[in-house]
Design a protein around this ligand. Structure first.
Ligand code: HEC
Ligand code: HEC
Length: 354
């Protein structure tokens, strides 16, 4: 290495060291060896961040935390209560119900396959699973537990102290560690190998009914369903989302005003008003009700909504316009959506109590 390059690197290192705040919680990293999480048929390889490689111990701790009711102020609510393994990692409610039965404003999305989302939440306001995991804990209408209290509560428990040392090495429990462990567990909440996947990607032409195969054609045909434009399918895998935000006119009140600004609240771009992230359609037959506000009760209601061209408003997406489908085509499209019900991960249920 030339002297000049060495000097530049040295200066860069000094600037970096000095620019870091003194008492900032230093980011933790799991100490064990990273394991490869196999993707089920129909799903792409699972993305993992460089600073949080999934280790077996981190995943096990994350699973324990995910089902831990102590993460809520009154010890009644875990992540797993709203994203329940028994309801395809959703809750079956119109809008979420937090501690003290407080009503939220949005429908609970499934955490199955959330590991593939490029942003989290209906409005994309969290950039990663790690960042997302801290938010419901502190949210006053969800778990309502300030982060300092969360750390203090878990730190009072010897078995948690032991688990965190096992995963991250010696040192205190921190929110950074809590969020990383939960995110690693969520990366194992994968659901693929549905009848559709076996047909489309597994070469099993008997896996789908004739009706579902015709429904798939309606789904992908730009002149009929036009669904695939936003609920994207790939050559080797399908997530059924473009990861983008669209306005369908959902959630308008009696005056035709959008009740929820959606993506606009993040970007302040007028075109994003009332736009929400395209959800995946995997397991959709099991996660009613639908849309960011849970306003549509059944898949039939969802189809009726699309057939009518959504709800007219200035930001309505140009891909949403009235479509013509025969009664038979509707039934076929629903048969297709039902074929997207996949397998559940092996570690879905809460771990045994310590
Ligand atoms: C009171 C019910 C409730 C609890 C408890 C809860 N969530 Fe959620 N979760 C929701 C709702 C509602 C949303 C959507 C909110 C929004 O988009 O603004 C959501 C969104 C998410 C998302 C984003 C999924 C997507 O497709 O965008 C993830 C991931 C998630 N929650 C994980 C967790 C984790 C981890 C915990 C525990 C630390 C947790 N949730 C606790 C109700 C809950
Ligand atoms: C312009 C992009 C776009 C097109 C085209 C589109 N969707 Fe959607 N879809 C979305 C968005 C965005 C949402 C979420 C809207 C909201 O929550 O307000 C959604 C929601 C859904 C939901 C509810 C999922 C859930 O978990 O709540 C279903 C089911 C669905 N779409 C099926 C379809 C079908 C079937 C078609 C074709 C007839 C279709 N979509 C066409 C973007 C699109």
């Amino acid at each position: 290495m030339s002297k000049r390059i060495f000097f530049i690197l040295l200066m860069a290192g000094l600037i970096f060291a000095c620019s870091r705040p003194k008492n900032a919680e230093s980011p933790a990293r799991p100490i064990g060896s990273a394991i490869a999480i196999p993707a089920p048929l129909g799903l792409p390889p699972i993305p993992t961040p460089a600073d949080n490689p999934p280790t077996a111990d981190a995943i096990a701790l994350g699973r324990r935390l995910y089902h831990e009711k102590q993460l809520s102020s009154d010890n009644t609510l875990s992540c797993g209560n709203c994203h329940s393994p028994y309801i395809r990692f959703a809750d079956g409610l119109k809008v979420a119900s937090g501690v003290r039965a407080q009503q939220g404003t949005r429908n609970t999305p499934t955490t199955l396959n959330a590991a593939y989302n490029l942003t989290q939440f209906w409005d994309g306001r969290a950039a990663s699973l790690e960042q997302q995991a801290g938010m419901p804990i502190a949210n006053p209408i969800e778990m309502d537990l300030p982060h300092e209290v969360c750390v203090t509560k878990l730190s009072a428990n010897q078995s948690y102290r032991d688990d965190f040392v096992k995963v991250f090495g010696p040192g205190p429990i921190t929110m950074d560690k809590i969020q990383k462990a939960i995110a690693s567990f969520e990366r194992t909440l994968l659901s693929g190998n549905s009848p559709f996947d076996r047909y489309q990607y597994g070469g099993d032409k008997t896996a789908l009914s004739a009706a579902a195969i015709r429904g798939l054609a309606v789904f992908t045909d730009k002149n009929r369903g036009n669904c695939v434009t936003c609920h994207v399918m790939g050559e080797k895998s399908a997530l059924f989302t473009d990861h983008l935000f669209h306005n369908l006119g959902t959630g308008m009140d009696a005056n035709g005003d959008l009740k929820d600004a959606g993506r606009f609240a993040q970007t302040k771009v007028e075109a994003d008003r009332g736009a929400f992230r395209t959800p995946s359609l995997r397991n959709v037959a099991k996660t009613a009700p639908y849309m960011h506000d849970g306003s549509l009760k059944t898949l039939t209601e969802v189809l009726d909504f699309y057939i009518g061209g959504g709800s007219s408003n200035p930001q309505l997406d140009k891909e949403i316009k009235p479509i013509k489908l025969s009664a038979q085509e509707r039934a076929e499209l629903i048969a297709f959506l039902e074929s997207l019900t996949g397998e559940l991960p092996a570690n879905a249920e809460p771990p045994n109590k310590h």
